[in-house]
Design a protein. Structure first.
Ligand SMILES: *Cc1c(COP(=O)(O)O)cnc(C)c1O
Length: 429
């Protein structure tokens, strides 16, 4: 068992929660530690990964891009080929299997952009759990496609009307639900943050990305005589990055580079970069880490073209690894992410999620600075189909608008928003 199951990573982490949440967190910690020691649990996880998630996900050599960039060879881990389109499902599978072991029958989750909610709802559908997803009203309005998919999977999407009506308020509502329901309910937190044991647990479930990458790197990079120079991943809460990096954390090489959302600038509300001096130490959502806070210590608004990178805090382990220097942090702006999306689409036939395109942008900057004998691996944490409503608006606004207007004109008046929310997923049958 890794010796890392503890409350703190350097000065960050911990478990800062109301008394009522101590019991469910203690139970969860005990069940997690016990499961990690049980080979039957890892066999179940591997079975679901192979038959439902679609693992292993491939690693590709981005040969055309490497040639154009003219430096290190670029490789891409295609995590976006996992079912539901991103790495988030690894954590959903792990936690829902654990919830089953604990005898829980109901799963609750928070979601911002909706990606975590979609992954959670899909696994609940597969394994037969009741599913409630808390989502801010503002996010529901701007992430319609993911709300649609969650409901199609049979989940209830519960609108959150408090605070700024976004992700942080959805977390608070989910915690409130859990305090009253933990007898039969598991709270499935979506990134490597929150009160202990979530940062350890989410990292362990996402470390499947790192383990697979390690053997693919051995085959495609080391055996080919290339030097593994760097691993690059985007960082929202940090789950895809910490999972991808995890086998390499105790080594001195390769360089591990996390890329945060540089948005439109470094002013308040223009970005979501917590590292590099922009974030401040604080305690939010039950853990201590670096957050974007205003002068009064209130959580600040953030901005990113990618909805999955705009959480105001960073996972405590990555914050500590940033301060210790093992993980370097850079930023990519909205514009750089959109350019990276276009670059890899044109050169490789791959659609990066806008989140992952931040990591792609870093590879575009880094590769030309390294020798041709070097190699960089980028984690494409998700695929970009989900971003159509954002990327098409950004890259081809006029024709996209014409398309949407034509589509809207084809929806019959009397069917506009027919059917109750709960029945929508099933009314075709
Ligand atoms: C949610 C999401 C992220 C950000 O979350 P992390 O916990 O930082 O990984 C990144 N990429 C994609 C595709 C996502 O859906």
């Amino acid at each position: 068992m890794p010796e890392v199951y503890n409350d703190y990573f350097g000065q960050f982490g911990g478990r800062y929660v109301a008394e009522v949440l101590r019991t469910p967190l203690d139970e969860l910690q005990a069940a997690f530690v016990e499961a990690m020691d049980d080979s039957r649990f890892s066999a179940e996880f591997d079975e679901m990964s192979a038959t439902f998630t679609g693992r292993p996900t491939p690693m590709v050599h981005a040969a055309n891009s490497s040639r154009e960039l003219g430096g290190a060879e670029v490789f891409i881990k295609l995590e976006g080929l996992a079912n539901t389109g991103a790495h988030k499902i690894n954590n959903a599978v792990g936690q829902i299997l654990l919830a089953g072991r604990m005898g829980k029958t109901r799963i609750i989750a928070e979601t911002g952009a909706g990606q975590h909610g979609v992954a959670t709802a899909a696994v609940c559908a597969k394994l037969g759990f009741e599913c409630t997803v808390y989502m801010g009203e503002v996010d529901i309005a701007r992430q319609k496609p993911n709300v649609f998919w969650m409901e199609l999977f049979g989940a209830e999407v519960r609108p959150v009307a408090s605070g700024s009506r976004t992700l942080k308020d959805a977390v608070n509502e989910a915690l409130r639900d859990w305090a009253a329901s933990y007898g039969d309910t598991h709270y499935l937190l979506g990134s490597a943050l929150g009160p202990s044991p979530y940062p350890d647990m989410v990292r362990e479930f996402q470390s499947v990305v790192g383990r697979e990458s390690e053997s693919q790197i051995d085959r495609m990079i080391i055996k080919a005589g290339l030097d593994l120079a760097a691993l690059v991943a985007c960082v929202g809460g940090g789950s895809n990055a910490i999972g991808f990096f995890s086998p390499f954390l105790d080594r001195e090489t390769p360089r591990l580079i996390g890329v945060e959302a540089g948005g439109t600038g470094t002013g308040p509300g223009q970005h979501a970069a917590r590292m590099g001096g922009l974030g401040r130490a604080g305690i939010v959502h039950g853990y201590k880490s670096l957050f974007l806070l205003d002068a009064d210590g209130q959580v600040q608004d953030t901005h990113s073209v990618s909805a999955g990178l705009d959480y105001p805090g960073i996972g405590p382990q990555l914050a500590a690894l940033g301060l210790s220097g093992r993980v370097e942090f850079n930023r990519a702006t909205d514009r750089e992410a959109l350019q990276a999306l276009q670059f890899f689409a044109r050169n490789e036939g791959l659609i990066f999620a806008l989140e992952s395109a931040h990591a792609g942008a870093e590879a575009i900057k880094l590769a030309p600075q390294l020798p041709k004998t070097g190699a960089i691996v980028v984690n494409m944490s998700g695929r970009g189909d989900k971003d159509l409503f954002i990327t098409a608006k950004e890259l081809d606004p006029e024709r996209w608008k014409a398309f949407l207007l034509a589509e809207a004109g084809q929806i019959p008046q009397d069917r506009g928003d027919g059917g109750s929310r709960k029945s929508r997923g099933r009314r075709m049958m």
